[in-house]
Design a protein around this ligand. Structure first.
Ligand code: SF4
Ligand code: SF4
Length: 673
């Protein structure tokens, strides 16, 4: 029956097997010690409970690491990684099978099992080699800008390629020397045919030499895993397993203002700002260690793509260097002004880097190893705000929110001025309302968005929806304040708004704005908003259309595309309602832009960037250019911030005929009113 000696040739030399096992144990010691050091470093971070809901965690880890979900954009990278990942996995399991057989009294390494094993190992080795060559091609021939080749990645590629090739040579030499050419191990058989002319003794000597070279490669590989990029084999699944199960759109909550206000002796340092790297949570520190510098976050970052001084990749790598007491990479943003802070950590990261983020979440969604760049940026912003260090525009915006409950600084008593001449029901005078229609600051004060709010009012009336608005009792939700880093102001607003909702017995809310939608749905529950259904206006419009309460019967013969709002899309996974509506409009030709849905390009207005834009190109202009490339004549929006940003881009457009910007509700009104 077909088989082979597990220690063929090695048995002929005394103590080689024993030395092999001693070296193996030594490599394991290095391996365990390396990970021990990592865990010790992470343990210096703040506590965080990421140990709940094991089934959900296992599924997430399995989907992302084994099934490669979310890797779709670059097919070549996806295929290369699958080949290397599964090729390596099978070779690893195959080696373990040999160890098990070596220790087991019963012999199973023969016959059909042996043939299948040999075939599978050969094919997986070959596929892994193909994947490694593809990685080399991507990195050193295609050279995408997201990858920097300054690190020694080529050594690791060569190392693994040599590993597979030497394995094939050993196999071929054994087959040839034992006169057992194994067609079920085809790569080894080919090598055997190539070396057949060598003498038996030469084959044995070369085999022994290569066998030890292969073994030393294996041991050094095991020992080096925790200290090199190879560590991501273990860190990536572990980091994915410990992902944050909170809603995607919710930021971390460093303190609870309501609880602090009830304390007799509140702690002085309740703000929990980030002054040293250890002020991040252990999971944040684990994130830093897990980064493979793949640059996918940078590739999709609107700040990087508009030449602003932010790359989520280099921010994470800089923080990693700080964690490991190594020199920073921050020289990549030459030209940024360093504003000295009393905070050592913030002296290392350019403040302009932190103020360049639109909080669009594209980086988080694209990271294959589950790193949350966005939350770290906001947490660092909180520290800047605690030191009153922010661009003046932003400080003024926060001042406006604090003193006038809206970022524009408009008088609070003017909040319902837009309703003049329009009979809009108010909560206080409409006892039987079902929905609160939440206008938000943009809808209340920005003239372009006031028109959209009026349109929505007309549509809701037409569909006979029982709704009412709060009018002057509305206050900013605090989205901008929270994302700018003013957590205290956000929580003050949240508590006040929740009190209003509770006092008016509000159970259903339609929001005009995806930012308000996200804040109510994902962030307010932590502060006491319970059992309230939150809908974005596109959701209710689609429901009304499906129920036949809004009939879209007039033709809109136009080519229209849809710009995804980050806060409706990536933060909340809502992609369908706006598209469903547009696809139902008679005569309308819907065009999908290349960068849409999960890959949608940000308008540049989120994360308080509507009131401050870092130096660099204008993101809204870049997005409008993408609309123009789609050949759509109108771009539909579902967010007041996006509308403002795209309208501003139109005014800067030199082409003479920029695409028209319309809210989804305005398009529905054209066909249904
Ligand atoms: S959230 Fe958006 S803007 Fe901010 S770093 Fe990530 S990709 Fe860049
Ligand atoms: S943070 Fe994630 S996506 Fe960005 S470079 Fe690191 S591993 Fe890649």
């Amino acid at each position: 029956m077909e088989t082979r000696g597990l220690w063929w040739n090695i048995h002929d030399f005394p103590y080689h097997k024993e030395i092999f096992y001693v070296l193996f144990v030594i490599s394991l010691v290095f391996f365990i010690y390396g990970f021990y050091l990592k865990i010790k470093t992470w343990a210096q971070g703040k506590p965080k409970n990421n140990f709940n809901d094991f089934p959900k965690r296992i599924k997430y880890m399995f989907d992302k690491s084994f099934l490669h979900k979310g890797w779709g954009k670059n097919k070549l990278v996806l295929i290369a990684h699958i080949l290397v990942f599964y090729g390596f996995f099978v070779l690893w399991i195959g080696t373990d099978i040999l160890t098990v057989q070596d220790k087991m009294p019963e012999y199973f390494f023969e016959g059909a099992f042996y043939k299948a094993y040999s075939l599978f190992m050969d094919l997986c080795g070959l596929l892994m080699l193909v994947g490694l060559i593809a990685f080399g091609y991507i990195r050193y021939v295609k050279k995408p800008s997201r990858l920097d080749n300054s690190q020694n990645d080529w050594i690791q590629l060569i190392y693994l390629e040599a590993f597979v090739i030497v394995g094939f040579l050993i196999e071929g030499l054994r087959q040839s020397a034992t006169n057992q050419i194994e067609p079920y191990a085809p790569i080894g058989a080919c090598v055997a045919l190539l070396v057949n002319t060598l003498s038996y003794d030469i084959k044995k000597i070369i085999h022994l030499t290569l066998w030890w070279a292969h073994s030393m490669q294996t041991f050094s590989f095991i020992a080096l895993i925790p200290y090199t990029k190879f560590s991501h084999m273990f860190l990536a699944p572990a980091n994915l397993f410990f992902f944050d199960t909170k809603p995607k759109g919710a930021l971390t909550t460093p303190f609870n203002l309501a609880e602090i206000l009830t304390m007799d002796n509140p702690p002085e340092d309740f703000a929990q700002t980030i002054n040293t790297i250890q002020d991040f949570s252990w999971k944040d520190l684990m994130d830093l260690d897990t980064c493979t510098a793949c640059g996918r976050c940078q590739e999709v970052c609107p700040a990087t793509n508009s030449e602003k001084p932010l790359s989520p990749k280099w921010l994470i790598l800089d923080l990693k260097q700080i964690m490991n007491n190594e020199p920073l990479y921050k020289h990549r943003f030459k030209g940024t002004q360093e504003v000295q802070s009393s905070n050592q950590l913030l002296n290392s990261i350019s403040q302009e880097t932190l103020w360049s983020c639109t909080t669009c979440r594209a980086c988080v969604e694209s990271c294959p190893v589950g790193i949350d760049q966005l939350t770290k940026i906001v947490e660092l912003r909180r520290t800047l705000i605690s030191e009153n260090k922010a661009p003046n525009n932003l400080l003024n915006t926060l001042k406006n929110i604090r003193s006038r409950s809206n970022p524009w600084g408009q008088p609070p008593e003017d909040r319902e001025k837009w309703t003049e001449g329009l009979d809009v029901p108010k909560v206080d005078s409409t006892p039987d309302f079902e929905y609160l229609y939440w206008i938000g600051c943009a809808g209340a004060y920005d003239s372009r968005n006031q028109n959209i709010a009026k349109t929505m009012v007309n549509l809701l009336k037409k569909a006979e929806v029982k709704f009412a608005i709060l009018g002057k009792k509305e206050k900013c939700t605090g989205d901008t304040a929270r994302r700018a880093g003013d957590e205290g102001l956000f929580q003050e607003l949240a508590l006040e708004n929740i009190e209003t909702f509770n006092s008016k017995n509000i159970k259903k809310i339609i929001t005009h704005c995806p930012h308000c939608f996200n804040t109510f749905k994902n962030e307010y529950p932590e502060f006491g908003l319970k059992e309230v259904q939150v809908l974005h206006h596109t959701e209710i419009l689609w429901d009304l259309i499906k129920q036949g309460k809004l009939v879209m019967n007039k033709e809109v013969s136009e080519q229209i595309t849809y710009h995804d709002s980050c806060y409706l899309g990536r933060h909340n996974g809502q992609y369908d309602a706006p598209r469903n509506i547009l696809n139902k409009v008679p005569g309308l030709k819907y065009i999908e832009m290349e960068n849409s849905k999960e890959k949608g390009t940000c308008c540049g207005g989120g994360g308080a960037q509507l009131w401050y834009e870092a130096p660099g190109k204008q993101i809204n202009v870049m997005r409008l250019n993408e609309v123009k490339e789609s050949s759509a004549k109108t771009v539909a929006s579902a967010c007041p911030f996006c509308t403002i940003m795209l309208e501003t881009a139109r005014t800067l457009d030199k082409s003479g005929e920029p695409p028209v910007v319309q809210d989804i509700s305005e398009i529905v009104a054209r066909t249904a009113l």
